[in-house]
Design a binder for this molecule. Structure first.
Ligand code: AGP
Length: 614
């Protein structure tokens, strides 16, 4: 859940380390720190604890140290063990002060290890789980291991999902890193080599990128990058194709990443659709590693995901069931693995995760694999842990998403899942090719429709500004409108910190309607999908109880608009595709309300972009 980086080489610089940490801040920003080896002999450490201002403080502090170093590491923290204090900020040292390490993840057995190490005389200076790693390395180095084998040996002792990066003054130009179910990549540039949690951290600085697999140790020196398994056998490096440019990873003129990403949605949806239909009118999913025979045998689908990704799966469920007639069960990832799900070799388990690194979803997919299911991941990150582990992967091609609140990856996830639904219907002969073609054409019309919604940004902004004093929001919808309502509420909660609930509109009368009064604002998702009439009746029910109602309606649908106090318009589409469009005004509303409240939309409190802890 933290961001880690390391660099070594003639051109290794503090600027790169700190800029890289800036691009990793979405992974956590409780504190930031660096450790560098200068003059090939001196380990210097700087740590700053000032929430979202930590990096600026670190940058300031770094002016006081030698900017030229041989090997350096950096960390931006999302606290799990130990409060947000300087002592708990990374990097952590061993007793000798020769070894520094940064760590992302959790050492599940740190209590036992800490006790053993403390009994053996090691002195701990933090409350973190991380510090045990530095002391373990110290032990192995004392016993004669080099840093590479010390890291391998330590990893065999550590339980849990994590990535670690270590440096040692006695080997001043080398960085050693290892990962297990946590993100880590390697990059090589002009006289500088890197390790980092993800590609954007070193985009523009490295030009070639390599994968690191689970339980693989990467040794990075100025001259070379070598990969080993935990037994010390050398492995071949495998490159990652990176099509993102630096511009895609920075704000590009927008006030923040979230607004940039909301406004990128017509492109991200277009890119997700690119090349998915061949000249014969068939859907092609080129990353599909499952055989058609396998897909024809499937008799049940599970979709697992967390948060926004779960909501994308929920939208897709309606289309998959309708087009393939396969039953689809939906599960929150953290529940799936512990509930003894009924899964076998005829089950397809689809994991939805923009990062491809969310531990809950990764563990759910792992469980599904163990139970013999076929697994498919919908992810935005090429070569992510989940993408590599699954039987098949479908990329969303949304480009890097930096804002913690997911927006463009959500709409791309829905589109990717709809493509998958069409593909399944095609290979299982549930739909004629002509029907698949018609729906695909509707999908291709989504990008200009998204642009039409984005043109209403100013109106949505002024409505949001007029609601800064509202204390409670509700979002209601039926069928696809229900996950849209849930996602609208989640977006608002995440960045405005206000109570916001999403409900199936038909369920209100069974309890939640008791909360409705004149202080409530209710968003009614009332586009012309199958249950429009029933949704309208449910909206009337809250209106007569005094709530202020904001309608999400199809453009020009005055009959629907007139029922609300206000209305946001979206173009009409195929009813099963409506989830892509209907959510966008809600993203914009949450964004503008949060800005009006003075919040940091890219780095909402208590959250991290990628949740790599259970
Ligand atoms: C989205 O706005 C949230 N920050 C969060 O719910 C997120 O969707 C969830 O943690 C899953 O992440 P993933 O898609 O990377 O697996």
């Amino acid at each position: 859940m933290c961001g880690i980086i390391g660099s070594t080489g003639k051109k290794a610089s503090l600027i790169d380390l700190i800029e890289g940490l800036g691009r990793l801040e979405y992974r956590g920003y409780d504190s930031a720190g660096i450790a560098v080896i200068s003059d090939l002999s001196k380990l210097e450490r700087l740590r700053a604890v000032d929430g979202t201002a930590s990096l600026a403080l670190l940058d300031e502090l770094s002016k006081g140290i030698n900017g030229v170093y041989s090997a350096g590491i950096g960390h931006t923290r999302w606290a799990t063990h130990g409060r947000v204090t300087t002592e708990n900020a990374h990097p952590h040292f061993d007793c000798t002060g020769n070894i520094a390490i940064v760590h992302n993840g959790i050492v599940e057995n740190f209590r036992e290890l800490k006790e053993e190490l403390a009994n053996a005389g090691h002195v701990f200076t933090s409350q973190t789980d991380t510090e045990v790693i530095a002391h373990l390395l110290e032990n192995y180095l004392k016993e004669g291991a080099n840093l590479t084998s010390a890291v391998s040996l330590a990893m065999t002792q550590l339980r849990g999902a994590m990535a670690i990066v270590a440096i040692d003054v006695n080997d001043p130009q080398t960085i050693v890193a290892c990962k297990r179910m946590a993100p880590l990549i390697v990059g090589s540039g002009n006289e500088v080599n890197f390790v980092a949690s993800d590609v954007p951290a070193i985009l523009g600085k490295a030009d070639t990128f390599y994968q690191v697999g689970d339980n693989q140790v990467v040794v990075v020196s100025p001259e070379e990058i070598s990969l080993y398994d935990l037994s010390g056998n050398q492995l071949e490096l495998s490159k990652i194709d990176v099509e993102w440019d630096l511009d895609a990873a920075v704000r590009g003129g927008f006030h923040d990443f979230m607004s940039k990403e909301i406004f990128e949605q017509s492109n991200s949806v277009r890119d997700t659709l690119l090349g998915r239909m061949n000249p014969d009118g068939e859907i092609i999913l080129d990353e599909m590693r499952l055989k058609i025979d396998d897909l024809q045998e499937i008799n049940k689908i599970f979709i697992v995901g967390c948060g926004t990704s779960y909501h994308a799966g929920m939208v897709a469920k309606y289309a998959i069931e309708h087009w393939t007639r396969l039953p689809v069960e939906l599960d929150i990832s953290s529940e799936f693995r512990y509930r003894d799900p009924v899964v076998d070799s005829q089950t397809l388990v689809i994991g939805v995760s923009q990062s491809g690194e969310t531990l809950d979803t990764m563990a759910a997919m792992h469980e599904a694999s163990l139970l013999g299911a076929k697994t498919l991941v919908v992810s935005n990150v090429m070569g992510s842990s989940m993408a590599r582990a699954a039987d098949a992967v479908l990329y969303t091609r949304a480009g890097p998403e930096i804002g913690v609140a997911a927006t463009k990856t959500h709409t791309s996830q829905i589109v990717a899942l709809l493509l998958l639904a069409l593909y399944l219907a095609q290979v299982r002969h549930n739909l004629q090719l002509s029907e698949v073609g018609e729906i695909f054409s509707e999908l291709q019309l989504l990008p200009p429709k998204i642009d039409q919604i984005l043109e209403t940004n100013d109106k949505i902004a002024s409505v949001a500004q007029s609601m800064v004093d509202v204390k409670r929001f509700y979002f209601i919808g039926r069928q696809i409108g229900y996950p849209v309502a849930l996602e609208g509420a989640l977006k608002l909660k995440e960045i405005s910190y206000l109570p916001a609930e999403g409900y199936p509109a038909g369920e209100l009368k069974h309890g939640p309607i008791a909360m409705i009064d004149a202080d409530a604002v209710v968003f009614g998702i009332a586009t012309r999908t199958r249950l429009w009439e029933k949704t309208i009746s449910n909206i009337e029910e809250v209106k007569v109880r005094g709530a202020k109602v904001v309608m999400i309606v199809n453009s020009g649908d005055d009959a629907s608009s007139s029922l609300g106090d206000l209305a946001f318009e979206v173009p009409q589409t195929h009813p099963l595709l409506a989830g892509v469009l209907d959510v966008i005004p809600l993203q914009l509303f949450a964004y503008h309300l949060s800005i009006a409240l003075g919040n940091d939309v890219d780095r909402p409190r208590n959250l991290a972009k990628t949740v790599t802890v259970e």
